[in-house]
Design a protein around this ligand. Structure first.
Ligand SMILES: [Zn+2]
Length: 505
C-alpha cells in the first residue's frame, strides 16, 4: 500500500469578541510546552525513552493525582490555569520534539568541537541554544474540538480565566472524500486564525514506471518542460509508442516576471536610500514576503494545472528534465534577482507537482536535461531556433520557433522540448542496451564530427554504425523508428560522461 498525505488550510470565522481567546490559548499552550522543555532539560534521560514512555515519565514528574500526590515538579505550581489532559499531552509532544532536536544539534556540535580540538584547530562555532521564546501552533487533540462539519467546528479555547467552547465557522475547501483526518492545528496567519488539518490516504501503489511503460500499451505519459519565459510549463501527453495526444501551454511567466521585478526594484531603491543593511537582519520584510507569496502561488497554480491536465488525459507518469544550476548573468540587481527566483520557481513547481501527482497515484520521474531544447523531437537532429519573422537558422536561446533541417519539422520550441523529454523516458526503456552501444550520429552530423576525431575512434564508430543500422531496421518494423531515436552524436568523444547522464536521468 502507498500512502498520501496533505494538509488543508481552512480560515476560521468567529465572533469578534472571541478573537482574543485564540491568542490566549496559544499563549497558554506555549507556556506549558516551555515548562516541559525545562523539565526535560533537567531530566535528560527521558530523551532515551520512546515518546509514549517519555510522556508517562513526564506526567509522573509533573502531574498531581491521587496516586501521585507529590510530583517532583508540579505543573500546577508553574501554571495556575487548569490544563486539560489532552491539551497537556499535545504540549508535551511539542516539547519533546524540540528537546530531541536540540539535543541532536548539541551532540553534533560537541563532536565537531572534539574533532577540531583533536586536530589542534581553533573551534569558533557557537553551541546551539535552547529556544528562548516559544511560538508554536496549538495542536488540538480529541477533547479540544468537537462537532466538526464541513462548515463549522466547536473549539475548546482558553479565555484567559477559564475554558469555553466556541463555535467557529470554517471557510475554504472541504475535507475531500476518502481521506483520514488527523488532529487539527490552530495556526495564526497575521490577524487571522486558520485550522490546518493533516490528511492521510492509503491506496494501492502504482506500478513502477518501467513496468507501466513496457507492459501496458495503453499507458500515457505527460512530459513537462518548465520554463522561465512566457510559458511557465509546456505539457505534452504521449502514448508509449511516442504518439503525441495533446499539449497544453501554461502561461503566466511574463506577468509573474513583471510583478516580481517591480517588487525587487522597490527593494533595490530602498536599499540605495538607506545605504547600509544591518547584518543578519531582513530589510524590506513586507516586500520580500510579497515576492515569496507570489512565487508560492505560481508554483501551486502551475503544479495544479499540470496534474489536472495529466488526469484529463489519463496519464499515469509525469516526466521532467533534471533542473540545471542557475548561472547568473550580468545586469541590474532586480534583473539578476528576478532570474534567480525564476529558476527557484521551477524547482518549487517540480516539488509541488510531484506530491500533488503522487496523491492522485501518478508517478513522477526525471530525465537528462542534455540538449532538450536543441534536439528535434521527431528525428533527434539539431534544430534551428529562431524568432518569428527571422530566418530559420542558428540557435537563438529563448526564441519561440524551431525548424529541423533533417526532417523538415517546424514547431514551437517549448513544445518540442517537452516532447524530447517524454521520448527520452520512453527511449530509456525501449533501448535497454544503449549503455553498451551508443547510437550512431545522424547523417547530418556525421560529416562534421568525423573530421575531428582520431583514427581509432572513427574505426570504432564505424563498427557501431553497422550494428545500429540493424537495430534501426528492427525498430522500423515496429513502427516506432524515427521517434525513438536519440541523438548521441558526441558519444564518440565523451562516452563515459554522457552515458552516465543518460542512464541516471
Ligand atoms: Zn527532425
Amino acid at each position: 500500500m502507498a500512502k498520501a498525505i496533505k494538509t488543508i488550510r481552512q480560515p476560521l470565522s468567529y465572533q469578534p469578541a472571541h478573537s482574543s481567546y485564540f491568542a490566549a490559548t496559544k499563549d497558554l499552550f506555549n507556556h506549558v510546552a516551555a515548562f516541559y522543555f525545562e523539565v526535560i532539560t533537567l531530566h535528560e534521560k527521558v530523551l532515551d525513552l520512546s515518546n509514549k514512555e517519555a510522556l508517562t515519565a513526564l506526567e509522573k514528574l509533573t502531574h498531581t493525582t491521587k496516586d501521585n500526590p507529590h510530583p517532583a515538579m508540579p505543573l500546577s505550581s508553574a501554571i495556575t490555569a487548569d490544563i486539560p489532559a489532552l491539551f497537556r499531552r499535545a504540549a508535551i509532544h511539542v516539547a519533546l520534539g524540540s528537546a530531541h532536536s536540540f539535543s541532536t544539534h548539541l551532540e553534533k556540535w560537541r563532536k565537531q568541537k572534539e574533532k577540531a580540538r583533536a586536530r589542534g584547530k581553533k573551534f569558533t562555532i557557537r553551541p546551539p541554544v535552547p529556544p528562548h521564546s516559544w511560538n508554536r501552533s496549538v495542536t488540538l487533540y480529541a477533547g479540544q474540538w468537537k462537532g466538526r462539519t464541513a462548515k463549522s467546528i466547536l473549539l475548546k479555547l482558553w479565555t484567559g480565566g477559564s475554558w469555553a467552547w466556541i463555535k467557529c465557522r470554517i471557510q475554504g475547501q472541504d475535507i475531500p472524500d476518502g481521506w483520514d483526518v488527523d488532529s487539527p492545528t490552530l495556526v495564526q496567519d497575521g490577524h487571522q486564525w486558520k485550522l490546518h488539518t493533516a490528511l492521510q490516504k492509503k491506496f494501492s501503489a502504482p506500478g513502477k514506471v518501467e513496468h507501466q511503460v513496457t507492459s501496458h500499451s495503453e499507458t500515457r505519459i505527460c512530459s513537462i518542460d518548465l520554463n522561465i519565459t512566457k510559458h511557465l510549463a509546456v505539457c505534452t501527453i504521449l502514448t508509449v509508442e511516442g504518439t503525441v495526444v495533446a499539449t497544453r501551454f501554461i502561461e503566466g511567466g511574463k506577468q509573474l516576471h513583471g510583478l516580481r521585478k517591480r517588487q525587487l526594484g522597490r527593494i533595490a531603491r530602498n536599499r540605495s536610500k538607506t545605504g547600509m543593511i544591518a547584518e543578519g537582519e531582513q530589510d524590506n520584510a513586507a516586500l520580500w514576503a510579497k515576492i515569496r507569496a507570489l512565487d508560492e502561488d505560481s508554483a501551486h497554480q502551475v503544479s495544479h494545472r499540470i496534474v489536472e491536465f495529466a488526469q484529463q488525459h489519463q496519464a499515469s507518469v509525469l516526466v521532467f528534465e533534471h533542473l540545471g544550476h542557475f548561472k547568473p548573468q550580468k545586469g541590474k540587481y532586480s534583473k539578476r534577482g528576478n532570474e534567480k527566483r525564476s529558476y527557484w520557481l521551477r524547482g518549487k513547481t517540480f516539488k509541488y507537482t510531484k506530491y500533488k501527482a503522487w496523491n492522485e497515484g501518478i508517478l513522477t520521474c526525471r530525465v537528462s536535461p542534455r540538449n532538450t531544447s536543441r534536439d528535434c523531437a521527431r528525428c533527434g537532429a539539431l534544430v534551428a531556433r529562431y524568432d518569428a519573422g527571422k530566418p530559420a537558422e542558428g540557435y537563438t536561446p529563448g526564441a519561440p520557433l524551431v525548424f529541423c533541417s533533417a526532417c523538415q519539422m517546424r514547431g514551437h520550441s517549448d513544445r518540442n522540448a517537452s516532447m524530447v523529454i517524454g521520448k527520452r523516458l520512453l527511449a530509456r526503456y525501449q533501448q535497454p542496451f544503449s549503455q553498451e552501444k551508443p547510437q550512431a550520429p545522424l547523417a547530418t552530423e556525421r560529416s562534421t564530427k568525423v573530421g575531428g576525431v582520431s583514427g581509432s575512434q572513427v574505426a570504432k564508430g564505424k563498427g557501431r554504425l553497422s550494428t545500429n543500422h540493424a537495430r534501426h531496421g528492427a525498430r522500423n518494423a515496429q513502427g516506432t523508428a524515427q521517434d525513438t531515436v536519440l541523438r548521441t552524436s558526441n558519444s564518440v568523444s565523451g562516452i563515459a560522461h554522457q552515458l552516465r547522464l543518460f542512464n541516471e536521468s
